[in-house]
Design a protein around this ligand. Structure first.
Ligand code: PLP
Length: 391
C-alpha cells in the first residue's frame, strides 16, 4: 500500500505538470504599495487593499485602542456572549454608509455569502447565479440545496428565460457587482428590473466595489442610484476597507432573519474587537478622504491604457485590471519575469477562472504614485518581451 504522503505527492505533481500548483509567498511586512519579499522591495500590484487603508494610522490607532478596551477576542458567538457595543456601532455605521435600515457583520465574506444565501433559500427554491460569481456565492448556492440556474456572464436575456420558466415564488438572483477576476460590472439596472418583474430577491456582492465606487464609496448600487432596488447588499471589510470581515445590509427583517438562520453567523465567534474597530475607523476615512477613490481610479486608468499600448489584453473598466494571457504556464512565466523586475502581479489560473483564460490580476492602489505605475509598465514591457507575450 502506498503511504498517504506518497499519494498526496502524486496529486501535487499532477497540479505542477498542469501549471496549477499554488504555494504561499511570505511577505516581510504589511500589505502596502511596496512590500518586502526575500529581502527585496517589490511593487505590489496584487492586493485588494485598494485604498491603502490596511496600514492607515487611523485604523492602526482604532485597533490598538480596541485591544486596550475590549481585549483580543470576542470570546464566543455573537448570539451567546460575543456581541459587544462595538459590533453594534459598526453595524449602525454600515447601515448609514449603505443607506439601508440595518446591517450585520460576519467574520468573513465567505461566511456572509454562504450564510445569507442559505438563510434566504432552501430545497425547492430557485437561485439564479452569474457564471463568474465568486466561489463563496457558488458554495452558498450549493449548500442551500436550492435548484441553481447559472446564467452566462451578464446575460440578462438568458436570465429572463430562466426566470420565466421557474415557479413564481422562492427565487433569488445573486451576482457580484464588480467581478473580482474580470474587473467589469454587473448590469444592475437590468437585474433589478428583472427582479421586480419576476418577484425575485436580488442580492449583490460588493466585495470589490465597497469603498471604491459611488459618490460616497458605498459601491456600485450607490453609483447607479439603485440602493433601494437591491434587497441584500453584501460587501467585505477586508478589501478596500483595510480590516477583515464582511457585512450584509438591508431591511431590519432581513437582518433579523439572517441572525436566526445563517449557520455561518450563529456558529462562529464574533469579529475580534481590533478588527471591528479598524473597520469602523475605515468608514470615517472613506468619508473624509474621497481623493483616495479618485487616485485609485486614475492609477487604474493609467495602467490599463499603458498595458493595452504594449499589446497586452488588459480588460475590465474598474480598478481591477486583468491581463489575460490564456495558457497557465505562460501566465506563471510572465508573473515570474515581473517578479525578477521587482513587481508582484499574481497569476490567476483555473479553477478561479475558466480554463484557457489564465491571467495576471493587476490591481493598483490609491497609495501608488504615478512614478510607481510607470515603473510597473516598464517592467511589463520587458517581461512581455522576454516571455513572448502576446504571441
Ligand atoms: C473576497 C471575496 C469574498 C470573500 O470575502 P472574505 O472576507 O475574503 O472571505 C466574497 N465575494 C467576493 C466577490 C470576493 O472577492
Amino acid at each position: 500500500m502506498p503511504s498517504l504522503d506518497s499519494l498526496l505527492a502524486e496529486e501535487l505533481r499532477g497540479l505542477e505538470e498542469a501549471g496549477l500548483l499554488r504555494a504561499l509567498v511570505p511577505l516581510d511586512g504589511g500589505c502596502d504599495a511596496e512590500v518586502e519579499v526575500d529581502g527585496r522591495r517589490h511593487l505590489l500590484l496584487s492586493s485588494n487593499n485598494y485604498l491603502g487603508l490596511a496600514g492607515h494610522p487611523a485604523l492602526r490607532a482604532a485597533a490598538r485602542e480596541a485591544v486596550d478596551r475590549w481585549g483580543c477576542g470576542a470570546g464566543s458567538s455573537r448570539l451567546i456572549a460575543g456581541h459587544f457595543a462595538l459590533h453594534g456601532d459598526l453595524e449602525a455605521a454600515l447601515a448609514r454608509f449603505k443607506g439601508t435600515a440595518a446591517a450585520l457583520v460576519f467574520p468573513s465574506g465567505y461566511q456572509a455569502n454562504i450564510g445569507t444565501i442559505g438563510a434566504l433559500v432552501a430545497r425547492g427554491d430557485h437561485v439564479f447565479s452569474d457564471e463568474l460569481n465568486h466561489a463563496s456565492i457558488i458554495d452558498g448556492c450549493r449548500l442551500s440545496r436550492a435548484t441553481v440556474h447559472v446564467y452566462p456572464h451578464g446575460d440578462v436575456a438568458t436570465l429572463r428565460r430562466q426566470l420565466a420558466g421557474s415557479p413564481p415564488s422562492g427565487r433569488l438572483i445573486v451576482t457580484d457587482s464588480v467581478f473580482s477576476m474580470d474587473g467589469d460590472r454587473a448590469p444592475l439596472r437590468d437585474l433589478s428590473a428583472l427582479a421586480r418583474e419576476y418577484h425575485s430577491i436580488l442580492m449583490i456582492d460588493e466585495a470589490h466595489a465597497t469603498g471604491c465606487l459611488g459618490a460616497h464609496g458605498a459601491g456600485l448600487a450607490e453609483d447607479e442610484g439603485l440602493t433601494d432596488a437591491i434587497d441584500v447588499h453584501m460587501g467585505t471589510l477586508g478589501k478596500a476597507l483595510g480590516a477583515a470581515g464582511a457585512y450584509i445590509a438591508g431591511s431590519r427583517p432581513l437582518v433579523d432573519l439572517v441572525v436566526n438562520r445563517a449557520r455561518s453567523f450563529v456558529f462562529t465567534t464574533g469579529l475580534a474587537p481590533a478588527v471591528a474597530a479598524a473597520a469602523r475607523a475605515a468608514l470615517d476615512v472613506v468619508a473624509r478622504e474621497p481623493e483616495r477613490r479618485a487616485r485609485l481610479r486614475a492609477n487604474a486608468d493609467r495602467l490599463r491604457t499603458g498595458l493595452r499600448a504594449l499589446g497586452l489584453d488588459a480588460r475590465g473598466d474598474t480598478h481591477i485590471v486583468p491581463v489575460v494571457v490564456g495558457d497557465n504556464r505562460a501566465a506563471v512565466a510572465l508573473a515570474e519575469a515581473l517578479r525578477r523586475r521587482g513587481v508582484l502581479a499574481h497569476p490567476i489560473r483555473p479553477p478561479t477562472v475558466p480554463p484557457g483564460t489564465a491571467r495576471l490580476r493587476v490591481t493598483p492602489m490609491a497609495s501608488h504614485t504615478t512614478a510607481q505605475i510607470d515603473h510597473a509598465l516598464l517592467a511589463f514591457a520587458e517581461a512581455a518581451r522576454e516571455t513572448g507575450i502576446p504571441r
